[in-house]
Design a protein around this ligand. Structure first.
Ligand code: GDP
Ligand code: MG
Length: 278
């Protein structure tokens, strides 16, 4: 997990600002389950005049009807949003089509000036774990980026030719998420975007149960045969009982129960869910 310090953030921002100058189109990756919490609010000012393609990753894990709404929310001001499974080869064609569409006017102008069409230069940015390396590998059709919770090997950035339409900067821009809002921190912890060093598993899980109570009231009942009560702490204990997660005595191992529920959610056992609401 990347640890962000003010100096670290300022450096990452500067580096990204330099890279952004080189591209025609920025692909901003957002997690379909948290299309708002996974957005870095600093982005807007940084990408001032650039076209943005918002790519919601992990669409396979999110609530389809809400994904539609979020796509509409982001598809404004000449920008576009799409939802994909970053691991799926079909994503290449989709991204290519949208990039061409977004750059249509510019390319038409270039053609009028007699300029030969050249590939659209693009880069990928997003918070840790959103799927940057996965998408780079899918677009490139081979493993060029390390996927998973390992620090990326620093190397000089290169343009990779994806096809006749697209060229990709093979090092993504890593952005830290915004933490000023406690809810955002919880959403990032629930989905696994950030490690819970600051937050406790039981607090994260209680918050999650609260969301489920209003958004997906049947999910817990279906999986653990436990009703979500008004008392969420009590609900957590009841789930621990149903899982037989006891400490040595009659007490429930709350931390183990909380972590288990969160991992079940991350591994899709609780259903396709979207946690950010418009
Ligand atoms: N189900 C699903 N998993 C994905 C998708 N994109 C990435 N992942 C998984 O999310 C984890 C983090 O992806 P990674 O590419 O390393 O994220 P990065 O930190 O932004 O480079 C990996 O386990 C990927 O397999 C997606 O669209 N759907
Ligand atoms: Mg990566």
């Amino acid at each position: 997990m990347v640890q962000w310090y003010p100096g670290h953030m300022a450096k990452a921002l500067r580096e990204m600002e330099e890279k952004v100058k080189l591209v025609d189109l920025v692909m901003v990756l957002l997690d379909s389950r948290i299309p708002l919490s996974s957005l870095n609010p600093k982005l807007k000012s940084m990408f001032n005049n650039k076209k943005i393609l918002y790519i919601f990753t992990k669409a396979d894990k999110a609530d389809k009807s809400l994904t539609e709404k979020w796509i509409n929310y982001y598809s404004v001001n000449g920008n576009k949003a799409i939802a994909v499974d970053a691991r799926d080869k079909k994503t290449v064609k989709i991204v290519e089509r949208e990039a061409l569409e977004l750059l249509k006017e510019k390319r038409a102008k270039d053609a009028l000036k007699g300029l030969k069409p050249r590939p659209i230069r693009t880069m990928i940015v997003g918070i840790p774990n959103v799927g940057k390396s996965t998408l780079i590998n899918t677009l490139c059709g081979k493993k060029v980026a390390v996927v998973g919770d390992k620090p990326g090997v620093t190397k000089s950035q290169q343009w990779t030719r994806i096809n006749q339409t697209l060229e990709l900067l093979d090092t993504p821009g890593v952005l830290w998420p915004k933490f000023d809002d406690e809810k955002v921190g919880f959403n990032l912890a629930i989905t696994g975007a950030i490690k819970a060093d600051i937050l406790r598993n039981d607090d994260i899980c209680i918050y999650f149960l609260g969301l489920l109570k209003s958004y997906y009231p049947d999910a817990i009942k279906n999986r653990y045969n436990v009703e979500i009560l008004d008392d969420l702490n009590e609900t957590l204990i009841k789930i621990g009982e149903s899982l037989h997660f006891y400490l040595g005595n009659k007490d429930i191992d709350i931390d183990k129960t909380a972590l288990y529920i969160l991992q079940e959610y991350r591994n899709d056992y609780l259903g396709k869910m979207t946690l950010d609401r418009l």
